[in-house]
Design a protein around this ligand. Structure first.
Ligand code: UDX
Length: 456
């Protein structure tokens, strides 16, 4: 492929994009954080993602990380924009970083170069047309569609599977009102993915809408199955896993993304759900369904704390072993992690907490400091604990045996928030699993009455 591309913003998404693009084309990564660029130039990764390091080493000859934006604009035919778009405290989207990046790019564009600016950052519908293009035109004093071109190419990769999702995505969406941009990007992606990936071309606003609609649908699927799990818990003999497996076999539903647990966390689903709800309200539509999805998700993590209270009563000085801290397995990311909410609540109730995670210990230490203890391994974490809570379903927790728990813990009380263990193996334990009925020893009436799901 005889093109050069650049990536503006080498945070998580930008870095994965840069490293994968470099597999086939010379790729320049730029970030305004100079220390990040220096680290990358020394081969250090600021994030953990399976295979990322291998791919970075493999594609090193095609990679360049730069501290100044000039080369990233001048040398590139396509400039991917991957800076993050966090939410402000009121749920509205914070576009300050994207605006800074766009102004920088705009100031370096030249007449009739026909560069393409491809927006990968998640932006609300209409942002490309109302904010990004006007800023590019103002900063460059040039015209979009005439001198330079813009398209929206939303990203659907999952953390923990980011390389595989980028190399082999289910689909590519190209949104633009500029036929040159659409044509060039389609050609680029067809060549890049060797025509194996479906490519859908649409306008700006649909591409922006697709990204949000997909993420809020995924969020809805999880809150739905968590609702079924919560009903199963109150229905003798029921088990959400059996129910989900059967429903998932219906092709209209699918078995994927259908695992009941403690709710969805991470840097995207909760943020995008809230931002889209706000967007909907601002457009004078009350998104009742999405509000309920959020409500279910807000309440779900606290179920495990209520279960512990139901069994122990007062949690003061009770020692908890928390296994799994990252927002999901195979990442060290703790943004929006359910573990943080659970730990904070347990601390407020006076519990003593020891935690363990294969990857996220350093990040959690930055958050909680010496308010909690950090174990070197699972065994140390379980040692003399009154109760173990499994928060993230890392594979290494699945093979833990009843013998191990029994030999190390003070009391054999397990709360499995992600259905990681096989309950049948833990018959003589006090065992609570999300979506499992017949846990009467844990479900005290007064605790059930406190269930926020029961409040109107
Ligand atoms: C998500 C979207 O999946 C991805 O398409 C988008 O590009 C970015 O946001 P990611 O944040 O990496 O990806 O995480 P995801 O795999 O979606 O998981 C989000 C949360 O949902 C995690 O906390 C996970 O534990 C939870 N989850 C996921 C469930 O509780 N049950 C499931 O069945 C799947």
């Amino acid at each position: 492929m005889n093109r050069t591309v650049s990536v503006f913003g080498v945070g998580y998404l930008g870095l994965v994009t840069t490293v994968v693009l470099a597999d086939k084309v010379p790729t320049i990564g730029f970030d305004s954080d100079k220390s990040k660029i220096r680290q990358l130039n020394q081969g250090f990764l600021s994030v953990f993602e399976p295979e990322l390091e291998i791919w970075m080493k493999r594609n090193w000859v095609n990679l360049k990380f730069v501290e100044e934006p000039t080369m990233a604009v001048e040398k590139a035919d396509i400039i991917f924009l991957t800076v993050d778009t966090p939410n402000l405290s009121d749920g509205c989207q914070d576009l300050s970083r994207i605006k800074d990046a766009v102004k920088r790019i705009g100031s370096l564009l030249k007449k009739s170069e026909h560069k393409i600016i491809a927006i990968k950052s998640t932006v609300l519908p209409k942002t490309t047309e109302k904010v990004i293009i006007p800023l590019l035109e103002e900063a460059s004093n040039l015209k979009e569609s005439k001198d330079f071109h813009v398209c929206t190419v939303p990203e659907f990769l999952r953390e923990g599977h980011a390389i595989e999702d980028t190399v082999n995505p289910d689909k590519i969406v190209i949104g633009s009102n500029d036929s040159y941009a659409t044509h060039m990007m389609k050609e680029f992606y067809e060549e890049f993915h060797e025509r194996k990936t479906p490519i859908l071309c649409t306008n700006f606003v649909n591409a922006e809408m697709i990204k949000y609609a997909q993420n809020v649908f995924l969020a809805t699927k999880i809150s739905f199955i968590n609702t079924i799990a919560n009903i199963c818990e109150r229905t003798t003999g029921a088990d959400v896993e059996a129910v989900a497996e059967a429903i998932g076999l219906d092709k209209r539903i699918s078995p994927f993304f259908f695992q009941a647990g403690l709710g969805f966390g991470g840097g995207c689903l909760p943020k995008d759900l809230n931002c889209f709800r706000k967007f909907s309200q601002q457009n004078e539509y009350n998104p009742i369904l999405l509000n309920a999805v959020n409500k279910v998700n807000e309440a779900q993590p606290f179920r495990v704390v209520r279960m512990a209270e139901s069994y122990f009563g007062d949690l003061k000085k009770k020692k908890f072993a928390v296994l799994g801290l990252s927002f999901k397995p195979e990442t060290d990311d703790i943004r929006g992690a359910i573990s943080l909410k659970i730990i904070e609540t347990l601390l407020q109730k006076g519990a003593a907490i020891m935690v363990y995670d294969p990857k996220a210990m350093a990040k959690v230490k930055q958050t909680f400091g010496d308010r909690i203890s950090y174990a070197h391994d699972i065994e140390e974490c379980l040692s003399s604990a009154d109760c173990c809570i499994i928060v993230t379903e890392w594979a290494e927790f699945q093979s833990l045996t009843p013998k191990l728990f029994r030999s190390l813990m003070k009391q054999p009380v397990i709360i499995d928030g992600r259905r990681t263990l096989n309950r049948a193996d833990f018959k003589d334990f006090v065992f609570y699993g999300i979506g499992l009925a017949d846990q009467d020893h844990l479900l005290r009436e007064d605790v059930l009455a406190e269930d926020p799901d029961n409040r109107q």
